[in-house]
Structure formats: C-alpha cells, structure tokens
Ligand binder design. Structure first.
Ligand SMILES: [Zn+2]
Length: 317
C-alpha cells in the first residue's frame, strides 16, 4: 500500500454567465507525491493541463497560482494527464489531500470527460488539514498549509501555491503526524454516495459516529427514514430521551440532542447533501457532549423558533 498525496490547481469562470455548472472548477494542474507505508517519499508527479472550458484565467487563480494561460496552451488535455496520473498512482493506494475538496473536484472533472471515477461509492482518504487540527487539539481550527508548515518548523525549500509544492508540503505535514490514533481519523469522499442500503457507510471513531446514507429522491423522503432521523444513542442504541428536537439552524443541516442513561448527552447532526446527479443524501454524525453544550444548543433551537416566519393569511377579502 502507498499513500498518494495530491494537490490540484483549478480555474473558474470570472462571470456567473460564463459558469458551466457541470464543471465549475476546471483543473489546470495536478501535483502529487507518492509515499510508502512508512510515509517516506518514493516518487513524484507533476503536470499542467490544457484548458478547454475557461479560456481566461480567473484573477484569483492567476494571482495565487502564477500560471498564465499562454503557458497552458501547449500542455496535454485532461484525459491524457488523468490517464497518466491513474497509472502512476497504481491500485493499492490511499489518497491524502489538504482539505476536503480536491478529490471531489477531480472526480467531477473525470465524470465531465466520461472517465471512470476512483470508486463506485464513498471511499476513505486522509484530509491532512483535519488530521493536523485534531493533532493540535482543536478539530475546528483548520489552518492554511503554510501555517501548519510553520508551526511544525518544516523547512520551506520551495515556494507555495503550485500543485506540486503544496502536495510536497502536505506530505511533509502528513509524515510528522504519527501514531495509530490520529491515523484512525479517515475522511470519506462522497462524490459518488452509497447506491443502496447495503453500501451505506457506518463508522464509529474514538469520539464520534459517522453514517453516510444512500441517496433519496427528495429531502422529505430522506428525513422520513427511521434510521436517518433517529437520535438514539449511537453507543448502546438505547431509546434516548429527546432533549432538543431536531431543528435546522440553516437549510443545510439539522441538529438535535438526546439523553442516554448510560452515555449522557448525545448530539446528532444531519448534514443534507446533493449528489452530482441530483440525489439527496445525508452525512449524519453523533457525539457525546457536555450539559453546557446541550444547553447552548437548546438556546439556539429556541432562537430559530422565534425567527421562524409566522403564518400568513393568503386569502383575499
Ligand atoms: Zn448510550
């Protein structure tokens, strides 16, 4: 087994009208480092890609990445580069990225060109940005790659913000994170969500539980599913008292709190996601929380209820 630490640079439309919904981020560079099981670098990959969707460089991309359109004109098209890349990766690999986005956008580009994506369902990968945050003791503290490199005192021998260099530094950070405990925190890429109940993902981590549901046709169907909406304790599956009924602080997720006699307060969070082909699925997480946390969630729930629009009279007199 090898690790493939990869990073992408992509370009996008400068205007809403110019945006192609099927491929909002066109990949223009792939950089990667191959590590063996001991996280030692054994090979590298770097390629620029000739763009076909967005022919002008978005000002942010241009400023950050320092690639000019002119330079890309004579490069190979995406299909050729991704073909070489997949061959270079080999079969028995685990992908690693900085942040959760790269594998999803890479597969969106693959699908656009009719190329087989990495898997026909969710697959585990390492989000090194998340691992670094957990290792630093604050999982919500997602820092930039350069900040992580500075904090770890890693020597900065090449400039940042090109695909290869960012993959290289991500690999360096990944190499420092040792210990079985941190390596337990895999992420799941869900560009292709579970196709049926049998392929759903259930995983209990040290301090939380993750459940990735199959796709449903509508949000209503999803939220009507018994397993999806259950707030019972994930540790003992006991019927738990609902302290805060599921509510939606935004349109994207639901939160609730229940109380288990054995395990105390349990927070349930259900994130609603849309798959690339329009299906609705959820990523549900449950974790033990303190009484104070439970109280602050109750407060949020009460606020949401207050701001809900009141019923309106629609009949005209
Ligand atoms: Zn329990």
């Amino acid at each position: 087994m090898n690790y493939i630490v990869l990073d992408l640079e992509w370009n996008q439309s400068g205007t809403p009208e110019g945006n192609n919904e099927k491929i909002p981020f066109e990949i223009i560079e792939i950089g990667a480092v191959k590590l063996n099981e001991d996280k030692v670098m054994i090979d590298e990959f770097s390629a620029l890609i000739k763009p076909r969707i967005y022919k002008t460089m978005h000002y942010v991309t241009g400023k950050l990445v320092h690639i000019k359109m002119q330079e890309l004109k004579h490069e190979q098209p995406f299909e050729d580069v991704i073909g070489r890349f997949k061959e270079w990766c080999g079969n028995d690999v685990i992908y690693c990225t900085w942040g959760p986005l790269d594998l999803t956008e890479l597969q969106r580009n693959m699908k656009y060109y009719g190329i087989d994506t990495f898997s026909d369902g969710p697959f585990a990968f390492y989000d090194v940005q998340k691992l670094f945050a957990i290792d630093s003791g604050n999982r919500a503290d997602r820092v930039s790659l350069e900040t992580a490199v500075d904090r770890l005192g890693i020597h900065k021998d090449i400039p940042f913000h090109r695909a290869f260099s960012d993959a290289y530094y991500t690999a360096k950070v990944f190499g420092v994170l040792k210990g079985e405990e941190i390596m337990d925190y895999v992420s799941y890429d869900t560009f292709t969500p579970p196709r049926d109940k049998e392929h759903e993902v259930h995983r209990i981590f040290k301090d939380y539980d993750k459940y990735i549901t199959r796709t449903f046709t509508t949000r209503e169907n999803l939220l009507a599913d018994r397993e999806v909406k259950s707030t019972n304790c994930y540790l003992c599956d006991k019927i738990s008292a609902k302290e805060v009924k599921l509510f939606a602080p935004t349109g994207k997720y639901y939160i609730g709190v229940s109380y288990c006699e054995n395990h105390g307060y349990i927070k349930t969070k259900i994130r609603i996601r849309k798959s690339d082909d329009g299906g609705i699925y959820a990523v549900k997480t449950q974790r033990q929380i303190t009484r104070e946390d439970a109280e602050s969630i109750l407060e949020r729930s009460n606020k949401v209820k207050e701001t809900k629009p009141k019923g309106r009279i629609t009949k005209k007199s």
